[in-house]
Design a binder for this molecule. Structure first.
Ligand SMILES: CC(C)(COP(=O)([O-])OP(=O)([O-])OC[C@H]1O[C@@H](n2cnc3c(N)ncnc32)[C@H](O)[C@@H]1OP(=O)([O-])[O-])[C@@H](O)C(=O)NCCC(=O)NCCSC(=O)C[C@@](C)(O)CC(=O)[O-]
Length: 331
């Protein structure tokens, strides 16, 4: 009797350990997607995109199950005209519970504008630095050091009001103005962003020139100062290596990937750069893999959104999965 109780207790304890291990393994392999299409994807478009289109894009993306959707930027409209009207976008989207709608903020003025207009309509801002002075000057009109000095009080003020703050480092592999980028430079900027209170730092291959082994080497260096759980991968697809780079980042332990529906995008300050890795391609590649996608993402809906928004913008849909799945559906 006593032995049976002991065996049963041991079995229960073993099951519980296995369950806990399984849970922690499951969450360790859960991949979060940050949809950047409505911001990174649209900021480079030449024509003016109506607010209604931006609102519909964001609403469709949230209804497809995405939980973090960048909604726009509070930057100078003279620098990036497409992001004017972000305040109106925030006030008109259907805010779903549990979905974050971060916005980019480059300076105190941007934060003041956010607070003055739609402060309660988002709980997250993103500040964005670069690994080279050349890119930083083109993008923000200040050096890297000056940009970090400018971001520190912005991050503090946002956090004091309860906002989550995310950081970006651009040109983590190559800079369109100064060429190859040293991983140490990326590491230093990422470290400072974390010290400012960024809960996560997204590392951007802005030019889309990176190849997997460079991504792995860069991540190895950055991890000397920043735990991998606080890093995200942001890959443009200029040379067709973005999805390979996503998997290199996953193999290094990164579990947050930025992507853009329909492969929208480019960068106004990175001549020739194409869009981000397409969200459909990332979701397709991760479904039925050992990784688990956060939330309940509907790939078919994403494919339809990719086709819809590219048609609205008069662009070709560059998502490979989007094209293939649509062709298959038409058979
Ligand atoms: C930072 C500035 C403003 C400096 O630009 P500046 O010209 O040095 O600014 P300033 O402080 O001298 O002000 C000039 C004018 O802009 C106004 N101004 C000043 N700030 C703001 C503001 N926040 N919102 C609205 N207006 C603003 C300010 O009031 C003034 O107006 P004026 O007196 O001439 O009428 C400018 O460089 C800028 O807006 N840059 C943003 C560029 C940008 O959005 N780039 C794309 C996002 S980054 C990216 O895409 C990369 C990423 C994140 O995706 C990752 C990756 O792929 O690498």
């Amino acid at each position: 009797m006593h032995t049976a109780r002991c065996v049963s207790r041991t079995l229960r304890a073993t099951k519980s350990i296995i369950h806990r291990r399984w849970l922690s393994a499951a969450s360790a392999d859960t991949v979060r997607i940050v949809e950047v299409g409505p911001r990174d994807g649209l900021q480079n478009e030449k024509g003016i995109i109506p607010v209604e289109t931006k609102v519909e894009l964001i609403n469709r993306l949230s209804s497809a199950g995405l939980r973090t959707i960048e909604a726009g930027s509070f930057v100078s409209p003279k620098w990036v005209p497409q992001m004017a009207g972000t305040s109106e976008v925030l006030s008109r989207i259907k805010q779903l519970p549990g979905v974050h709608y971060p916005v980019l903020v480059p300076n105190q003025k941007g934060l003041d504008n956010l607070f003055a207009s739609s402060a309660s309509l988002t709980d997250e801002i993103a500040i964005f630095a670069a690994a080279t002075d050349e890119f930083s000057t083109a993008n923000l009109n200040v050096t890297v050091r000056e940009s970090l000095e400018r971001f520190a009080p912005v991050a503090r003020a946002a956090r004091d009001k309860g906002y989550r703050v995310r950081g970006y480092v651009s040109v983590v592999i190559a800079c369109p103005y100064s060429g190859a980028v040293k991983p140490e430079s990326v590491r230093n900027v990422a470290k400072e962003l974390v010290e400012m209170g960024c809960y996560e730092v997204s590392l951007g291959d802005t030019v889309g020139m990176g190849i997997p082994h460079q991504v792995s080497a860069m991540l190895e260096e950055v991890q000397k100062d920043v735990p991998v759980q606080r890093l995200a991968g942001h890959f443009h697809d200029t040379y067709g290596t973005a999805i390979a780079n996503v998997f290199a980042a996953l193999a290094s332990g990164v579990r947050t990937i930025d992507s853009s529906v329909g492969g929208l995008g480019g960068c106004p300050y990175s001549p020739g750069a194409t869009g981000n890795v397409a969200t459909e391609d990332v979701v397709y590649a991760l479904q039925n893999s050992p990784y688990k996608l956060e939330g309940d993402i509907d790939l078919q809906k994403l494919v339809e959104i990719g086709w819809w928004i590219n048609k609205e913008l008069g662009r070709d849909n560059v998502s490979r999965a989007g094209r293939a799945l649509r062709a298959k559906a038409k058979l």
